[in-house]
Design a protein around this ligand. Sequence first.
Ligand SMILES: [Zn+2]
Length: 257
Amino acid sequence: MISPKHCPHCLKRIPWRKRLKSRCPFCFKAFRRRSGLQERGVIAHFLEDRSIVFWFVQILIVTVLLAIILQVTGHPTLIRFMDARPVWFAISIYWAALYATLVGRMHVPLLLGAPKILRRERAVIRQYKRLTTVGILIGIPFALLFVGTRYTWERFPGLVFLLFVPVSLMWAYQALTLTAEDYEDERVWSYLQELGAQDRLEHRHNAYFVLVGLPLAALLFYYFMNHPWLARAINESAESGIIAMLIELWHRIKGQG
Ligand SMILES: [Zn+2]
């Protein structure tokens, strides 16, 4: 497994040729951080502090196994999709891995060397976990509603994208309800640090971006569904590829004007 860019212990930059080693070449400590909490079970220990690469590989294995099972039971649609659109398949898995990394960090926070008082659960942290679960539970029927149960696997990227839309909205809501006092609590602050939301203002900005961006994306999608000139332009372009399409669009605009 590839190591992170910086050593989690001494924070020094790891040169490329040392990236495949499991120990830091400067301080000789193992790259993977471990909380060492005794009360954590085997599965929690296995899942704590895992990177996107780890989740990407896990989800890839699960999806490939699922495709094989579907193939055996006479539903080869998923395996056909993977064969026809490998890049879109990889992007979808990466998208799911991004979310899995965050969900993992929410449910199994690191708590490195934290005194016992800091490990006590906070209301805000419980809220994060609860809203994530609710978001995913809403996401499954939400994705199936739009993708449809008949062509579920042919529309794999859409399925994965829509699955996480409610979770994104839940996290945006949560970001906007966090108060300055929440950030002053050391336990909450270290939790948000793990999630990459240590800056209150930036976290709020991202939440606004999600709350504005998602409806905007939905409107754009609705527009292009009803006015498919862009899809037609892609279809009619002589060469494949997005650059060829843009060049042809440019020629057409110039020819008409
Ligand atoms: Zn180090």
